[in-house]
Design a protein around this ligand. Structure first.
Ligand SMILES: Cc1cc2nc3c(=O)[nH]c(=O)nc-3n(C[C@H](O)[C@H](O)[C@H](O)COP(=O)(O)OP(=O)(O)OC[C@H]3O[C@@H](n4cnc5c(N)ncnc54)[C@H](O)[C@@H]3O)c2cc1C
Length: 502
């Protein structure tokens, strides 16, 4: 495991004086309304007060975009040891085997629990329908709405959390920084357009801010995935690890003008071929598992094949598969492609890789504890040891459920044991106003575009020492004039976070 050895320019992104900002107190603060944050909040004791904060509306998260499904041993012919072995093989020897064992063992219970929460999973002859994805040696991925599992799971869980009476949900509220005092996390400084800045003091805080895909020009991730949580935790002194590991999804729709829409691995699981610009099926040249090789193998193979053929993408070919089955299994993918004139049952789908899943993150133990007392974490923002160097498909919604539950239970128990003292602690953040700059002359969007292009070119699927050194120097250059500024709203804070994490 590699540990970071860099220092952020400032402990807090903005100056503040607690005498001039409104205060609010809660037992447990949950940062993030994706699967990990919501599952954590559900676990907090009903006698305690919870605040869930999300920077967009609750429906906007990586979780809501998840397509393929959730992995777990649900077929009597499958077994836990096989799910664990597949996870470890994909992780390239860097998984923590005790964590893998714990997570895959819990998986069937966590999936059945989501069904109890009201999520309607797809069924065949009354039984849960299971599909196979790359790197899995068995059909063990449960899915919903065909290819919109995240949408359905989040619908059910969000309804549950909104119905709870001991909690508040603050949407469109941005966490600027965690508050720390005497080596302990004490809550967070937040901002929203209605109230401006507020201190939320919490006995225990859970960080579930998701991923970092938006650091890259080509990504499957929605706009919220700007690595805020990684940067926030790092500035607070929590340990992060394995930040070099970004997973690239092999098959992202590549049509000029379309969003970079993910074409789920389950499409290859159902038998789709990958063909190059000449129409040749090429995976046999790279891996005996062909189209179902792990994601890193397929992503590299596609990049190499694009270079060999001089073609800007490769194609998914489903034309040999049963038309009705394809329409039923992938209704959303079919709809998106149809908007660009493609019929997935007979036309080839142009695809290439894109940044997909952030493997590195805030170090957590099996209970979801970070290295900073008072701070728990779960989901894509963390490094739990489950994924190692490469995530097995459909293991991340699972990780969010398992670690969300653990972190929620742990934070809840810890908060119950702490008295209600309702006191703000004397933290201030200040620096000389001679460092003020005129923001009018800084085009944030321009820096952001340059950063994401640089990350894609030089910190992407293929990397070398020279390219990485050049990229590091360039990022440090941008960071010098962006991070010395003090911004008033999320676009500036997001860019500062992205530069730190880059
Ligand atoms: C297109 C796509 C398809 C996928 N398909 C699958 C799949 O089939 N199976 C699978 O297992 N995984 C899949 N994944 C991965 C999986 O969806 C994510 O890893 C997982 O959902 C992450 O959950 P999370 O709760 O950690 O974060 P998220 O769901 O991303 O939630 C993050 C939350 O944090 C909030 N937040 C972030 N920063 C701030 C801030 N500064 N202030 C306040 N709030 C903040 C956001 O608003 C959001 O509510 C897919 C991902 C994508 C993008």
């Amino acid at each position: 495991m590699n540990h970071l050895r860099i220092r952020p320019k400032r402990r807090y992104l903005v100056r503040f004086d607690p005498k001039r900002i409104p205060h609010m107190f809660t037992d447990v603060l949950v940062i993030g309304g994706g699967i990990a944050g919501i599952r954590a909040a559900m676990e907090v004791d009903a006698a305690l007060q919870t605040v869930v904060v999300t920077k967009d509306i609750l429906e906007q998260s990586n979780s809501a975009y998840a397509q393929g499904g959730i992995a777990g041993v649900l077929d009597p012919l499958d077994d836990i040891a096989s799910h664990a072995a597949d996870t470890i093989a994909a992780g390239k020897g860097l998984c923590d085997e005790s964590i893998v064992e714990m997570v895959v063992r819990e998986a069937p219970r966590r999936i059945r629990e989501v069904i109890d929460f009201g999520a309607e999973f797809d069924r065949e002859d009354g039984e849960l329908a299971l599909t196979q994805e790359g790197g899995h040696s068995h059909r063990r991925v449960a899915h919903a709405l065909g290819d919109a599992t995240g949408k359905e799971v989040m619908r059910a869980m969000t309804e549950r959390i909104r119905a709870r009476t001991n909690g508040q949900i603050w949407e469109s509220t941005f966490i600027i920084d965690l508050l720390t005092h005497e080596g302990r996390c004490r809550g967070a400084l937040v901002w929203n357009a209605r109230h401006g800045r507020t201190f939320i003091w919490a006995k225990e805080t859970i960080l579930a801010t998701g991923g970092a895909g938006r650091l890259y020009r080509e990504t499957t991730n929605p706009e919220i995935a700007t690595a805020d949580g990684h940067a926030i935790a790092f500035r607070s002194g929590a340990e992060l690890r394995d930040m070099e590991f970004m997973q690239f999804h092999p098959t992202v729709l590549y049509i000029a003008g379309s969003a970079r829409y993910l074409i789920s691995e389950a499409v290859r699981g159902e038998g789709a071929y990958l063909v190059d610009g000449n129409g040749d099926r090429f995976m046999a040249d790279y891996d005996p598992a062909l189209e179902l090789a792990p994601r890193d193998v397929v992503s590299r193979a596609i990049t190499t094949q694009m270079q060999k053929t001089g073609h800007p993408c490769v194609y998914l070919d489903l034309s040999h598969l049963d038309v009705e089955r394809i329409r039923e299994r992938f209704p959303h993918i079919a709809k998106v492609c149809a908007e660009f004139g493609l019929d997935i049952t007979c036309d080839r789908i142009p695809v290439r890789p894109g940044a997909h899943y952030m493997l590195g993150g805030v170090t957590v133990d099996a209970r979801g504890r970070t290295t900073l007392p008072g701070l728990w974490a779960a989901g894509e923002a963390t490094s739990s040891g489950l994924h190692g160097a490469n995530r097995l498909g459909s293991n991340s919604l699972l990780e969010g459920l398992v670690f969300g539950r653990h972190a929620g239970a742990g934070a809840s128990a810890a908060a119950r044991n702490r008295p209600d003292d309702f006191a703000a602690v004397p933290i201030t953040a200040d620096w000389s106003s001679t460092e003020d700059h005129d923001d009018e002359r800084l085009n944030l969007g321009d820096v952001r575009n340059a950063l994401t292009s640089l990350m894609w070119r030089q910190v992407g699927i293929s990397r070398d020492a020279e390219g990485l050194n050049q990229a590091a120097e360039q990022v440090a250059f941008w960071d010098r004039y962006v991070s010395s500024r003090e911004f008033r709203d999320p676009p500036g804070w997001e860019l500062q976070n992205m530069l730190l994490v880059a």
